[in-house]
Design a binder for this molecule. Sequence first.
Ligand SMILES: Nc1ncnc2c1ncn2[C@@H]1O[C@H](COP(=O)(O)OP(=O)(O)OP(=O)(O)O)[C@@H](O)[C@H]1O
Length: 197
Amino acid sequence: MRIGLTGGIASGKSLVATYLEKQGIPVVDADKLARQVVEPGEPALAQIVATFGEHVLQDDGTLDRKQLGAIIFGDEQKRKQLNEIVHPAVRQSMKKQADLYEQRGYTRVVLDIPLLYESNLFHMVNQVWLVYVDEATQLRRLIERDGLTETEAKQRIAAQMPLTAKKAQADVLIDNNGTKENTYRQVYDALAKTAHE
Ligand SMILES: Nc1ncnc2c1ncn2[C@@H]1O[C@H](COP(=O)(O)OP(=O)(O)OP(=O)(O)O)[C@@H](O)[C@H]1O
């Protein structure tokens, strides 16, 4: 069974993912794979260079993220082109890792996908677990973690699909407004329910 773990910025996905790993559940991290698929030697990097030019590479052959960011900033068409290269590579890589874990005998694999809703990746998982917090808590934790001003933090939250809108399509809601222990308990209980599925 594949569980899609998602939420919003600073909602507590990493907290939950770390706990799941401690419980012996393998977690496939979409953000980590998104960095791996553009490493030197990877086909996605070659496609990026073919599309945007050699100047998106640094001298050591790695992707110059700043340069690429500047190219796609404010250019919807270019952003789309980049996503059309990177997204399929990430999906393929997530699937491959999940397959591997299953071949090794794991019956439950978690796919940590921050943009599961935005990228419409419901087809990749059997269940969606949503880590949610109310906006005041999200704002406070984001400011504390990243050292942002209130305005900056509000902008980042506003740039995403609201967490409340994500609730309707979730199979399991993990309320992370309380203590970490409280959240761990909910995850433990949700895991217990999947043990025989
Ligand atoms: N229940 C909690 N009580 C107190 N602090 C918490 C709790 N849950 C998370 N935090 C803190 O809030 C911050 C955000 O949590 P976390 O990094 O797990 O979120 P995330 O969803 O993975 O964020 P992002 O997607 O932005 O990386 C962290 O500093 C974390 O330590």
